[in-house]
Every structure is written in structure tokens, then in C-alpha cells.
Write a protein that binds this ligand. Sequence first.
Ligand code: IMP
Ligand code: MG
Length: 172
Amino acid sequence: MLKPLFTKNEIGDAVKRLASCIENDFGDEEILFVCLLKGSFIFLSDLIRCIRNPSTVDFMRVSSYGTAMKSKGEVTVTKDLEESIEGKNVIIVEDIIDSGLTLKIIKKMLLERGPKTLKICALLDKRARREVEMEGDYVGLTIDDGFVVGYGIDYAEHYRNLPDICVIKKDK
Ligand code: IMP
Ligand code: MG
């Protein structure tokens, strides 16, 4: 059963808030947005259309979840970036920070490539589930424990097309 958590209007407001924080911090500087596939593709496309800075986008795919609802605690890069990030202002765009393991590993990996700045922008933050120290620089909405889908976010590759973000509840 799907229980609505955030409507598309609430998500839109959060995206606009994030965009204006990013614009304030970066002035006129150019930004390279790194979209972590697949869950962030809708978030990225809405976010960048609210930001007026000169921008480029690139995509990275890592797998830390199979079809189950639990993290495997390891990260494999299945698609790497195509552009160099050296000397650039980079913002990693992620759908959800959960245990924090995925972003911790990706952040370390990207820092080794010598960006000018490296920030994290996450739409959702499950703070209570953190297993490692990991703070998003720009965080849209905080949620409790629970598995969410919609707005690009999946369960076993499904539900990405839902305009709202919903929690999956087990049927009784
Ligand atoms: P972490 O490494 O535990 O922080 O896991 C982060 C990744 O797990 C996110 O990028 C999502 O792809 C996935 N994830 C975490 N929670 C959920 C959820 O509630 N629904 C769908 N995917 C999730
Ligand atoms: Mg993900």
C-alpha cells in the first residue's frame, strides 16, 4: 500500500529552497551537477531549471541496493563520470541520504579527483538511520524511517513515475 508523504507542490517548494541556497552560495560561478542515477534524475532536472548559474551536468551510477529494502553496505561504480571534475565547483545530487555509506564513499572518491569545491545536495534525509558521519550541505526534506518511492525513487525499479513521494506500507 502506498501512503502519500510529500505532494508534488511540497517537493517543488523544497526544490526551490535548495536552488536559492545554491545560487546564494555560488554567486555567478559555474557549477557541475553530478547526478547519482537513477533515483536523482527527476530531482536533478527540476533543480537545475531553478538555478541560473552557468551549469553542466554529468551522471554517475553506483549500486548499493539490489531489489531489497536494505543496504548492502558496499558501493560499486557501474557508470563513471564522463567529464573531469578537476578545478570545478561540483555538487553531488542525491535522492536520499540513508546510512550515509554511499555518499561517504563517493565523496572520498570524487575529492581525490581535485574539484575546486565539492558539495552534497540531497532531496531527502533519513537522519535517524545514519551509520557513518555524513552531512548533506543542502537538504530538502527530513523523513523518519520508512521506505519511500516516487519522484524518481524506486522500489525494485518501480514507482519512479509517481509525481508525489509515498511511503510503502506492508498490507496487513
Ligand atoms: P545509503 O548508502 O544507506 O545512504 O543509501 C542511500 C541510497 O539508498 C539512496 O541513494 C537510495 O538509492 C537508496 N535508498 C535509501 N532509502 C531508500 C528508500 O526509502 N527508497 C528507495 N531507495 C532508498
Ligand atoms: Mg540512490
